[in-house]
Structures are given as structure tokens and as C-alpha cells.
Write a protein that binds this ligand. Sequence first.
Ligand code: ADP
Ligand code: 5GP
Length: 213
Amino acid sequence: MEQKKRGILVVFSGFSGSGKGTIMRELLNRYASCYALSVSATTRKPRACEEDGREYFFKTNEEFQKMIEKNELIEYAVYVENYYGTPRAYVEEQLDAGKDVILEIEIQGASRIKEMFPDTLLMFVSTKDAATLKARLAGRGTEEASVIEARLLRAGEEALGMEAYDYLVINDSLEECVEEVHSIIRNEHRKMARNHDFIHRMKEELKNFPKGE
Ligand code: ADP
Ligand code: 5GP
């Protein structure tokens, strides 16, 4: 029996306020059967609308350190004074089950993932300009002014690493952006380099035709 094709590991990064969370929610709403979204662990405090185990697994510093010591995280990073990390078990399970697994993580984590798993697809999302980014981040109303400032400063640093990504998507119309993200991932499945098993099988089957037919 042919083995189930392993899913693609997708990293989805972007400036704070660029719409990562919104896009992921909508992508999963529309295409739940295609994707598994990894839920990260963090030491950041939950926002009013967030639930433990849904947006994040909210941890104390001690709990997070234990996860690191027990090698339960594939990668982790510090972002604006908090730890964030990707739990290992879920990602491996879902890739094996043939799902495309999306990690919504920042740029340092993305670069570690790419080192460990070179065939990871890296996507970066931005607003169309910096003023829109600031307006969306402030408009979300979930962070105080000093944190917004720190996140915008961090966005400036992250912009220096954008070119290491495979794709840039602009979140102007949410509708179009979600469809674009979906189609980039669908197209990635069609790359020859991701279809070795199919190519091998087809070659073998074709060998069975008698010569001259
Ligand atoms: P991130 O997860 O990247 O920090 P969010 O998904 O929280 O960003 O989005 C930041 C804010 O921008 C939220 O208030 C969200 O509702 C809003 N937003 C997201 N996408 C759009 C869009 N295409 N047009 C207008 N507002 C948007
Ligand atoms: P937020 O506090 O806005 O939810 O997330 C802050 C940043 O941390 C975002 O850039 C988000 O993508 C990133 N992030 C979330 N989870 C992880 C993770 O598991 N690992 C890493 N490296 N970054 C993460």
C-alpha cells in the first residue's frame, strides 16, 4: 500500500499587527481539513479574548524552562520580554498524518526551523505600509503604548530578515490574502522535489508495458 504523503511544514511570520492571527483563523475556518495550526507555549499573559490551549498554552517562566529542559519544544525564542516556543509532539504527529502544519512564529524561530528542516516553506505577511501596521496594532487595543512601541521597534529589526523567506503576502483585503496563502501552499505540493514517491512509482509502472506498445 502506498504510504500517506507527509505534510508540508509551513512557517507563517509577520510584523505584530500584520494580521497573522486573523489570517490563520480564517484559513482554518475555510480549509480545516488541509491544515493543522500548531499552538505555541508562551510566558506572555493572555489577552482578554484568548483561551488557554486555543491561542497559546500559557505558562509560567518555570513551566516554560521545564519544557525546554525536557526537550518538549522544537524551537523557542524571546520576543519583547516573553518566551514563545513550539511544542514538538503535535507537529510530528500531524505531519505524519499528512496534514500541512503551520507554525505562526517569529523570525528567529523561523530561521531555526529552516536549519533543522530545510524543506520548510517560509511565508512572511505584512500590511501594505508601516502606517497601516501601526494603526492596526494600536486599533487592536490589546497592548499598552510602551508595548506597541517595542513591537514596532521589533518590526524594524524583523524587516532586515524578510528576504530569507520564500513568499511575501500583503494583508490588505483579508479575503484575497487568505486565498493567496492557501494557493501558495497548494502549489508547493506540486513541486517535483516534493513528489519523489509518485515519480518513482510512475516510472516503475511504465516499465511494465511491453516494448513497442
Ligand atoms: P497579528 O496576529 O499579526 O499580531 P492580528 O491578526 O491580531 O495581527 O491583527 C491585528 C489587527 O488588525 C486586529 O485588530 C485585526 O482585526 C485587524 N486586521 C487584520 N487583518 C485585517 C485586514 N485585512 N483589514 C483590516 N483589519 C485587519
Ligand atoms: P503575540 O504576543 O503577538 O501573540 O506573538 C508575538 C510574536 O511571537 C509573534 O511574532 C508570533 O508569531 C511569535 N510566536 C508565537 N509563537 C511562537 C513560537 O512558538 N515560537 C517563536 N519563535 N515565535 C512565536
